[in-house]
Design a protein around this ligand. Structure first.
Ligand SMILES: [Zn+2]
Length: 270
């Protein structure tokens, strides 16, 4: 599932291709995609509007059309391309550019929201701190950990900090030397400061590497041009069960938390 670096990579491509162009036509062939609107309303609202800006909040892509925004979540297998795919669910025809939304597993979502209430309505309402930019101050970050929840589960909670999924949480906890099952309120301030730095550094490095692609299966994350990300070549723990830690002589272990695999080094993540 795409996490913040993958979504940000796609946002940058969409921005380059479509920002400033007029949307001439939108077609949707998968009714489940539309969450809070009908296709006729979407067409009446957005046709002939220029794409003013292409933004991102957490793992959501925000197409800002001036008075309204179209908000897309890629979920498991959604991706955008300039070429039609085998599972095209939506076509956005701009003046001089056409974007195809392909979604093999059909979990992707589309919301139409007025910009004046963008943050007060689903799906953006209640979202947590944005990890990059100026939102994740120490003052805002520290209170998030005032709970006895396991730190890994806490970091996956989009109402606390947005954009992190399984891969980048595992990598950040390893970098900060924190055990994934540690109760959040038992982590001292020095380690929390390391964790905050690790989250930002790993996400930024992953963006610089165009995200992570795990395999070659249909639905795996790709850039708009169909290229794979390359941050998977830099994983320290994710997918390395049984292999030696790059930092100490320990062996990477896999456990299951919230039905998801967690990879960590029991020797240097105490
Ligand atoms: Zn280790």
């Amino acid at each position: 599932m795409p996490e913040l670096p993958e979504v940000e990579t796609i946002r940058r491509d969409l921005d380059r291709i479509a920002t400033g162009k007029v949307l001439q036509r939108i077609e949707v062939s998968e009714p489940r995609l539309l969450q809070n609107c009908l296709l006729a309303d979407v067409q009446a609202t957005l046709h002939d509007c220029p794409l003013v800006a292409m933004r991102r909040r957490g793992k959501f892509l925000i197409f800002n059309f001036g008075a309204h925004s179209a908000i897309v979540h890629l979920r498991m297998s959604g991706w955008f391309s300039e070429q039609p795919g085998n599972h095209t669910r939506m076509v956005l025809k701009f003046e001089g550019a056409t974007l195809y939304f392909d979604d093999t597993r059909r979990f992707g979502t589309f919301h139409l929201v007025e910009n004046k209430s963008l943050d007060q309505e689903p799906p953006l309402r209640g979202l947590g701190l944005e990890p990059l930019g100026d939102m994740l101050t120490w003052k805002a970050f520290k209170p998030v950990f005032d709970t006895n929840r396991e730190v890994k589960r806490l970091l996956l909670d989009q109402n606390k900090i947005v954009g992190l999924g399984n891969i980048y949480v595992c990598e950040a906890l390893h970098q900060a030397k924190i055990h994934p099952q540690q109760a959040a309120n038992k982590i001292n301030s020095a380690k929390l400061k390391k964790l905050r730095t690790a989250i930002q550094l790993i996400l930024q490095t992953a963006i610089d590497n165009h995200g992570s692609t795990l395999g070659n299966a249909a639905g795996d994350y790709r850039t708009l041009e169909g290229a794979q990300g390359s941050f998977q070549d830099r994983f320290q723990v994710y997918g390395r069960e049984g292999e030696t830690c790059f930092r100490c002589p320990g062996n990477i272990e896999r456990i299951v938390q919230a039905q998801r695999s967690t990879f960590f080094c029991p020797r240097c993540q105490k």
